[in-house]
Design a protein around this ligand. Structure first.
Ligand code: ZN
Length: 296
């Protein structure tokens, strides 16, 4: 089941791929082994297995007020990713998966990149006759200005050898050159039910999308958390968080918002049920329920 109805909005998960990505101690250097062991039974197999953290690359398709909106666009095909062998020159049927969810590229009205990391912008473009062209020809792409500036090669000379090498050039700049990018800062209202908000830390421009429709609430959390274990271990970051202290502050604030507003939390990379419900537990947080599908 990959469809969720939240108020007047239909949410569909379209997967690019899923599986093991990194050992826990490499991905989350400060989370103690004992903490993984404590939750091993509930994390396995969707989020942990064979010594690796498991994640999904996926896009959330929202249908709201007659528009089709994509949140994040995975790793993409044909892209040179020298730092990550598993993402180098992929050839995956993501557009077929999107079509099976009823979405043709020309149907997409809005693309939201929660931030401009390699695994959130890949399908922004595709290779046609040797050129990178926008995959979604009729879409406006919403990008956080802080990330657009941070990851621009003119401002970020250290890209070579890192995970974001080539990313701006092949997945951001061509869409900008086509006049399809709208940069935003602080917050941006998409419609009456959907609002983007800055959530800095993981990257300077990282953002989340809050949904509020007919009493239902959800938090499309981007890379606020990568594993359900970061609900209890909210003070711990992934190794990819640019500003660790800000990432912790933002995580605490937004998990608190989700707990206080009974909002479903949909992190970008959560495989398995795809969504979580959280509650406050003293000074920290706990998982109230795994997955939205029992509830809805
Ligand atoms: Zn990511």
């Amino acid at each position: 089941m990959n469809d969720i109805k939240l108020g007047a909005i239909t949410v569909t998960r379209v997967e690019e791929m899923h599986g093991p990505i990194m050992p826990p101690a490499a991905f989350f250097p400060t989370i103690p082994d004992a903490s993984w062991q404590q939750d091993e039974d509930t994390l396995t197999p969707d989020h942990l297995g064979d010594g690796f953290v498991h994640v999904a690359m996926q896009t959330w398709v929202l249908r709201s007020e007659g528009r089709t909106i994509l949140i994040d666009t995975g790793v993409g095909n044909d892209k040179a990713r020298p730092a990550v062998e598993a993402w180098d020159h992929l050839d995956l049927d993501f557009l077929g998966n999107l079509a099976r969810a009823g979405v043709r590229p020309e149907d997409v009205d809005l693309v939201v990149n929660t931030h401009l990391h390699v695994d959130h912008v890949g399908w922004n473009t595709r290779l046609v006759d040797g050129e990178w062209v926008p995959t979604f020809p009729n879409a406006t792409y919403l990008m956080p200005r802080a990330d657009f500036e941070f990851w621009h090669p003119d401002n970020h000379p250290g890209l070579a050898g890192g995970v974001n090498e080539n990313v701006f050039t092949d997945s951001v700049a061509p869409v900008h050159a086509a006049g399809q990018v709208r940069l935003w800062e602080d917050s941006h209202a998409i419609d009456a039910a959907l609002r983007l908000e800055a959530a800095p830390g993981h990257t300077p421009g990282s953002s989340v999308l809050k949904l509020s429709s007919e009493g239902d609430r959800a938090l499309f959390a981007g890379d606020l958390i990568h594993t359900p274990l970061q609900v209890r271990e909210w003070g711990h970051n992934s190794c990819f968080c640019e500003d660790p202290a800000a990432a912790v502050r933002t995580r605490h604030e937004l998990l608190g918002w989700a707990a206080d507003h009974n909002a479903l939390v949909l992190p970008a990379h959560l495989s398995g049920p795809g969504a979580l419900e959280v509650e406050r537990s003293g000074d920290t947080f706990a998982l109230k329920q795994w997955g939205p599908f029992d509830r809805l």
